[in-house]
Design a protein around this ligand. Sequence first.
Ligand code: NAD
Length: 340
Amino acid sequence: MVFGAGSLRHLPRELELFGARRALVLSTPGHSAAAEGLVRDLGGRAAGVFARALMHVPLEMAREARTQAARLHADCLVALGGGSTTGLAKAIALESGVPIIAVPTTYAGSEVTPIYGLTEGGVKRTGRDARVLPRVVIYDPELTLDLPLRLSITSGMNAIAHAAEGLYARDGNPLTELLAEEAIRCVAGALPSLHASPRDLAARTQALYGAWLCGTVLGTVGMALHHKLCHTLGGSFALPHAEVHAVVLPHAIEYNAAAAPQALSALARALRSEAPARALYALARTHGAPYSLRELGMRAADLDRAAELASADPYWNPRPIERSAVRTLLQHAWEGTPPG
Ligand code: NAD
């Protein structure tokens, strides 16, 4: 872990420690200029750039990137970007075992998890594999200064969601609980400052540090209803990832509140509120994040199917998954009414 403003300058040293001579730099199309700049800076240590990462890692795109990595004899993958770029690097590493250096530019947290996802025929499949866990992460808050405000807030809510569900994880322990509470405190504390001043480096540093902790919780313990809902809504209804997290989280926490009192107490401490679900709703809404599935373009007619999908395969959740209660949760999230 390399953390701190300006720490991208340590990338050549990290490549050197690997003995890497042919790094393939990955990014989304929107980040291609930065990726190409990085290739230039790395000089002889870079083999090329693949700047076509897409959300949810479509299999065809992963195949193209795998082919390019093999053709260039890449011996290291540098993922410069958010969860989509890290996800692409993971898809390559899953097959080839090529090590990943992640340089995250959002708060998604994928860089510290062994979780990968691949989408084929509109269906996203996820799994865990030690080969996809990045070997090095370079956290440079300067790279997040231009993250658009709306994405900064929704990505921060995405991070908080990992830690919030970690608080009631079945396989949690006192250490992950401490980590999760501190993670939420950090990210939630940074968002108002970012909203007031998006280029505030201290707030960006705090948010990125919190995102590291949140991602660590995600990578360590199992998630529950909230992540299942977001997975369903993103995967089957093509809704944007971080925005969906921001909208659904308060409602998922409300659903589980009575069944997870210890987690709710920790959340209340972290958010400094006796009504954590409402506090999450206010945190997103007052800082410009979307707060209804309707405004994300979801059709009311799809709510029944979403409830069906999210209740279909049994999975652990502090409160049992009841289809009709999940349908009600989705109705509230669709309308954007405050929880409770
Ligand atoms: P993203 O990576 O798709 O990025 C969103 C957009 O923001 C892109 O257009 C990107 O180019 C742009 N962007 C990123 N950083 C920027 C910056 N600093 N400045 C300006 N623009 C920037 O979004 P995300 O929310 O980070 O990732 C979402 C994906 O990550 C989803 O597919 C999700 O499933 C996955 N994810 C996976 C894990 C895991 O552990 N495997 C964890 C979290 C998220």
